[in-house]
Design a binder for this molecule. Sequence first.
Ligand SMILES: NC(=O)c1ccc[n+]([C@@H]2O[C@H](COP(=O)([O-])OP(=O)(O)OC[C@H]3O[C@@H](n4cnc5c(N)ncnc54)[C@H](OP(=O)(O)O)[C@@H]3O)[C@@H](O)[C@H]2O)c1
Length: 255
Amino acid sequence: MLVTGASSGIGAALAEALARAGATVGLCARREERLREVLTRCQSYSPGSRMWVTDLSDAAAVDALAAAVVDELGGVDMLINNAGIPKRRHVTSLDPVTVDAVMQINYAAPVRLTLALLPQMLQRKSGWIVNVSSVSATLSSPGEAAYAAAKAALSVFSEVMAVDLWDTAVKVLVVYPGVVDTELFTVPDNDPLVGGPEPITTDVVVDAVLDGLDREASQVYVPGWFANVVTGKAADLDGYLAGVADYVRQQRTQQ
Ligand SMILES: NC(=O)c1ccc[n+]([C@@H]2O[C@H](COP(=O)([O-])OP(=O)(O)OC[C@H]3O[C@@H](n4cnc5c(N)ncnc54)[C@H](OP(=O)(O)O)[C@@H]3O)[C@@H](O)[C@H]2O)c1
């Protein structure tokens, strides 16, 4: 099993929970010390767990990671594409370089890793690809055009992949977290969060993912009520967009 972005937040919590359940976990991220702390915790449950310090913005490094994990773990039966970067920036302040960088980490890298690891999953006739998207992908989150679009691309890629692989032993799960209390909100060069619900803990996300895997679900929203908002948006897009714009206006006047 490979968990990307395992040095903190949702990825670290997922890796530890899966190791506790007996999985041999491969971890990757850029921050070596943080990753090693998570690895130590995982190895206390699952001694064969390993880590790779990798920058997923580098395509060659993504390919090298896939090869190393298959080689050193003997194969990957679950890929959790969790690594991601935020981008809270009003569309009038966005530039193409930023949009490309967000797309690279949140869409291109997980797709590249998926394509690299899928053949050996098909060959071993078992596999899960778990892609961590965001409610932003479906809810037109204000000030997050670049981030939301990259996550939407990942979600749609995942859904089509699920159909393409329907009659195989490889399953696909898309995870849509809402606001989760992680270091994502301390990443520099982002606008402050405007409004939003109370943050949930990473444990809530872990439980939802484990439950989704158990049920062989195609998607999980965390918390689950976000799925109702998506349905409401689909039923009346104009009303939904007007409501979001109104909400942002109200939040700004309260600041
Ligand atoms: N927190 C939320 O409210 C929320 C909501 C919806 C979706 N999500 C998604 O959940 C996922 C996990 O985020 P989180 O909330 O747990 O935040 P986080 O603690 O900041 O975790 C992000 C992870 O991605 C890794 N990462 C970032 N850039 C990378 C790169 N270039 N190469 C390799 N790894 C990289 C980070 O590790 P290094 O910095 O060590 O490389 C870190 O382990 C993300 O995909 C995020 O978009 C989060």
